[in-house]
Design a protein around this ligand. Structure first.
Ligand SMILES: Nc1nc2c(c(=O)[nH]1)N[C@H]1C(S)=C(S)[C@@H](COP(=O)(O)O)O[C@H]1N2
Ligand SMILES: [Mo]
Length: 252
């Protein structure tokens, strides 16, 4: 296929195909261009596939909406958490001095960072909205080094396609594709509303993914694994939520 027709297909083909002949064709096009989210079948989940493919073709650099300081929610709602246990308690009592973020997988220099190291990196600040699929939202100011910074420090390899991330709560693991991981608004959050990050909101360290639904912003971040193949993790669907009927891609 020549350059011009390929470009034309990329810019008009997906949506036109979806409109004219149904989502199955869009899913096939998405597959052709390697834009299939890991939890979708080609026939089932075509709606989500279209969503993901359209975002990746047209909006990979799009910014999540930012709000004015006056719009910050006075009373942000923290999703209630089960008890985090004795080990978490011990870490908290020491001011999380022993908290570490391990980074492994397809990186030139695997290793781990202390919280103090992460806090010492240049921070970005954003005032964005977080929303739960259950229907509530709030706006807060979040700050921390962009995930992209850590990925460049450890030397993520060019073949990398996803970053899998894990929490102190083992059930809460998830993944994002490399576009989302390198996006400037994807933050290793250490601060909220001008202070530290409270435990209720995922302190001491939370991955903030403001272009996707709240469940992708995993609290108590402990590990990053860079990979080119998501199928090796869990049931191969890219995260825990799809194992329970939610989408892997939570674009908003
Ligand atoms: N580790 C961990 N991360 C988590 C959760 C959780 O229970 N544990 N809940 C998720 C869900 S479903 C949502 S909607 C948001 C809620 O964020 P909030 O408590 O700041 O409102 O955090 C997400 N990250
Ligand atoms: Mo949620």
């Amino acid at each position: 296929m020549g350059k011009i027709s390929r470009r034309k297909l990329l810019t008009t083909g997906l949506l036109a195909a979806a409109g004219a002949t149904g989502l199955g064709v869009a899913a096939k096009l998405a597959d052709y261009y390697g834009l299939i989210p890991p939890d979708s079948g080609v026939l089932y989940g075509a709606g989500e596939t279209l969503d993901y493919a359209a975002d990746r073709l047209f909006g990979r650099h799009a910014l999540a909406r930012e709000f004015a300081p006056s719009q910050i929610s006075k009373d942000p709602y923290a999703n209630p958490l089960p008890p985090l246990g004795a080990e978490f308690q011990r870490l908290a009592e020491r001011g999380f001095a022993d908290w570490r973020l391990a980074v492994d997988g397809m990186v030139a220099r695997p290793g781990s960072f202390s919280l103090a190291e992460i806090k010492s990196f240049p921070r970005s600040t954003q005032t964005t909205m977080i929303g739960c699929e259950e229907g509530w939202t709030y706006i807060a100011e979040w700050s921390g080094p962009p995930l992209a910074r850590i990925l460049s420090l450890v030397g993520a390899l060019p073949q990398a396609r996803y970053v899998v991330y894990r929490s102190f709560q083992p059930k809460w693991w998830d993944s994002i594709d490399i576009d989302e991981a390198l996006h400037p608004q994807t933050l290793l959050t250490v601060g909220m509303n001008g202070g530290g990050l409270p435990v209720a909101f995922g302190g001491p360290l939370r991955l903030r993914v403001p272009r996707q639904m709240g469940y992708k912003s995993v609290k108590f971040l402990t590990q990053l694994t860079v990979t080119d193949n998501i199928k090796r993790f869990g049931k191969g669907l890219g995260s825990d939520p799809p194992e329970r009927g939610y989408s892997w891609y939570g674009g908003i």
